[in-house]
Design a protein around this ligand. Sequence first.
Ligand SMILES: [Zn+2]
Ligand SMILES: [Zn+2]
Length: 369
Amino acid sequence: MAEKVLAAVRTAPQKTEFREFDMPDVSDEAALLKVEVAGICGTDVQFYSKPPFAGRPVIMGHENIGTIAKAGKIFQERKKLKEGDRVFVEHYVGCMNCEFCHRGDYRLCWFTDWRKHPEGLRFGYTPADRAPHLFGGFAQYMYLPWNSVIHKVPDGLSAEHAGVVTPMANGIQWALFDCGVGFYSSVLIQGPGQQGLCNTIASKQAGASMIIVTGTNKDKKRLQVAKNLGADVVINVQEEDPLQKIMEVTKGEGVDVSLDCTAGAGNIPVLLGIEALKRKGGTLQIQGEASPDFPNFPLGKIGNKYITIKAARGHNYLSCELALKVLASGRFDVSQITTHRFGLEKTHDAINAVGASGDVIHVSMMPWN
Ligand SMILES: [Zn+2]
Ligand SMILES: [Zn+2]
C-alpha cells in the first residue's frame, strides 16, 4: 500500500513547500493522528521568519488536535484510547524517565529541549528529514511515538474550539499555577492576544476580583473580546496613561499579579508591571525571550517591593486537562477567540495572519479543508 500524506514543509525563511510523505508503518506501541486542527501562535510567526535548524525541512504545527486514525495494540492499552477518539497532543515528547516527566512538566525535560539535544523530539520543531517524518501538525497525519503526551478531548467540544487548548493551558499555568491568581486577586494582563485572553479566562474562572487588560490602537476588537470574556477594565495604552488608570481602578493599591502577554513589547511591560504591582509582595511574570537585554533593570525596586519574578514557560499536564475542561464547560464563549481558519494550501498566509491585524485572535490550520 503506497498511501501518501500531504504536508506543508518549511524549507527556508518565509517559504513553504508541499511534499508527500509515505504513510508510515505504525508499530504496536505507536499511533497515527488524523490532524483536524493545528493552532498557530506567535512562536510560529517567529520561527517561520527565523527558522532554527537552518536548511533543514520542518513540518510546523505544534498545537495539534485530531482523531486517532490508527493505533497499535500496546498504544491503545497504555493510553486508554481507541481509533476514532479525538485528542489533543502536547508538542512536548518527554523521555518519561526524569523527575520533570514524572510530575507532568514535560516542557522541562531534557528530551524536549530540541535546541540542545538534536535527538530530542518536539512536534512542530523536529526536522522532517528524520524518519518517520510526520512530526508536525501542518500535515494530514502526524506520527505519535509511544512517549507522546495525549489528552482526550471532552465529548461535545469541537476540534476548532479544542484548538485553543494550548494558550488556555498557558493561561492556567502562568496566572494560576505560577503566579497564584485566585479568589479576589487583582490581575494586570498586558496584551489582549490569544495568550492574554486565555489568561483572562483563567483568572476569571479562579475568582479574580479585578482583571485589567491592556492593548494598543490595533487591539480595539481584542480589548472588546477581553471585556466580553470577563475583564473588568480595559486600557488602550496609546489613549490613556496605563499606570494612572490602574492606580485609579485599584484605589491606589496596585495589583497582585502582572502578566506579560504582549509577545515582544520588550522591556515596556516589565517596567509597567513593576510599577503597577501592589506595595509589597506582588508577582511579576516575564517572557524571557522578549527582553534578552535590560540595561538599568530596576533591581532595587524588585527588592524594595519584595516582588517575586516568574518566567513564563509553556504548560504542564494538569493545566492542559483543566484547559480542556474550561473550554468544554460553555462558560466562556470560545468562538470569540477562534476568529480565523485556513486550509493546508494557505499555510504561508495562515502563519503570517497571526499578529498581522487586530482582528485576528486565534488561527486554526485545518489540513482537510
Ligand atoms: Zn504555540
Ligand atoms: Zn523527561
